[in-house]
Design a protein around this ligand. Structure first.
Ligand code: PLP
Length: 393
């Protein structure tokens, strides 16, 4: 049986692939350290588990409205008001099966064949695939390391043409951990308004920031920008709830309505129990979120120092998320490897350290290292990477 054309170029997620490979080696008895994880290593907070259990036991196990239960939409609206200064009504919010499916559904309702979406690179691996699945064309705008991996308004403007429908802004960013300032967002926003393109603002790492930099939602900068932005967020990273699959989108009612119609024919609704768990997450205090953040911050300081100290490796210090994105091109070249991909494979084989090659994120010279594992393991990983680099000089 021939498969549909649309899946011909579909590649499996690079991040999930490396995690699977590391797991396989572990099962074979190897002492593998996996730095591929895209999820916090903490348990979902206890009060959230209790709320889910209560929901399950009190019969909240049926279909819900496609766009999510009203209580959760209201809690999300409150969150937007409190954290981002944004005023959304419930009809401007859709709860989805993870932020990933919010993005998927958005591109499905937005794009016609040949429509272009600007994707600043390095980018999160699923953006280009989701755009292509909706018939669109990802147009990559390469950000420079010297600009902290952020695109400039001129670079954005240069990529816009009559087919451009949207641009993705992901701040803090996966994989780089970099953040746009308010001023930078204002200038990018001006370009988007001038050319009438939609902004897809992926703010999933909003709660994981380790500097004094303030997270700013581009939608909050003016009424015009709010009307031209869809904000994507969720509880996966903020509340260590990746497996529950609850995310959401907020934006113009017309877009959210179309997304909700599509959801009604695809997922029906996000899992009922998980929605009540997410409701508890937003109704509870942020003590556990802050505890997790402190731990990540300590790990970042430690791991960043160790990695940046390795000859041939340079790294900009990330401000948020839980990844380092060092440039290892020199280390690979010194070791005689023809590409960073090859260097990554050899590292896994020789030292049993699994990390994700930057090629999956559109950055061939870099690698992504997640620090969502214990500090002891991070120290051991850094030791092994250093040994590997020194052995290949
Ligand atoms: N956006 C970015 C930038 C991410 O890194 C991820 C998860 O890795 C997502 C969206 C999807 O998150 P969720 O687990 O809510 O689907």
């Amino acid at each position: 049986m021939k498969l549909a054309n649309r899946v011909k170029t579909l590649t499996p997620s690079a991040t999930l692939a490396i995690t699977a490979k590391a797991k396989e080696l572990k099962q074979q008895g190897h002492d593998v350290i996996g730095l591929g994880a895209g999820e916090p290593d903490f348990n979902t907070p206890e009060f959230i588990l209790e709320a889910a259990e209560k929901a399950m036991r009190s019969g909240m196990t049926k279909y819900t409205p496609s766009g999510g239960i009203l209580e959760l939409k209201s809690a999300i609206a409150d969150k937007f008001k409190q954290d981002n200064g944004l005023d959304y009504t419930n009809s401007q919010i859709i709860v989805t099966t993870g932020a990933k499916h919010a993005l998927y559904t958005l591109f499905q309702v937005l794009l016609n064949d040949g429509d272009e979406v600007i994707v600043p690179s390095p980018y999160w691996v699923s953006y280009p695939e989701q755009i292509k699945l909706a018939g669109g064309e990802p147009v990559f705008v390469k950000s420079l390391e010297k600009n902290e991996f952020k695109i400039t308004p001129d670079e954005l403007a240069a990529a816009i043409n009559s087919k451009t429908k949207a641009v993705i802004i992901n701040s803090p960013s996966n994989p780089t951990g970099m953040m746009y300032t308010k001023d930078e967002l204002e200038k990018l926003g001006e370009v988007c308004l001038k050319h009438n393109i939609l902004i897809v603002s992926d703010e999933i790492y909003e709660k994981l920031i380790y500097t004094n930099d303030e997270h700013v939602s581009i939608a909050s900068l003016s009424k015009e920008l709010e009307a031209q932005t869809v904000v994507i967020n969720g509880v996966s990273k903020s509340h260590s709830m990746t497996g529950w699959r609850i995310g959401y989108a907020a934006g113009p009612e017309r877009i959210i309505k179309a997304m909700t119609n599509l959801a009604s024919h695809s997922t029906s609704n996000p899992t009922s129990i998980a929605q009540y768990a997410a409701l508890a997450a937003y109704e509870g205090d942020e003590n556990t979120v802050n505890r997790m953040k402190r731990e990540f911050s300590e790990r970042l300081d430690k791991f960043y120092g160790l990695i940046n100290d390795i000859p041939g490796i340079t790294c900009i210090k990330p401000k948020g998320a839980f990844y380092l994105f060092p440039n290892v091109a020199k280390a690979a070249e010194m070791g005689g490897f023809s590409s960073v991909d090859e260097w990554v494979t050899a590292l896994l084989e020789e030292e049993k350290v699994a990390l994700v090659p930057g090629s999956g994120f559109g950055a061939e010279k870099n690698v992504r290292l997640s620090y969502a594992i214990s500090i002891d393991l991070l120290e051991e990983a850094a030791k092994r990477i250093k040994r590997f680099v020194l052995n290949h000089q």
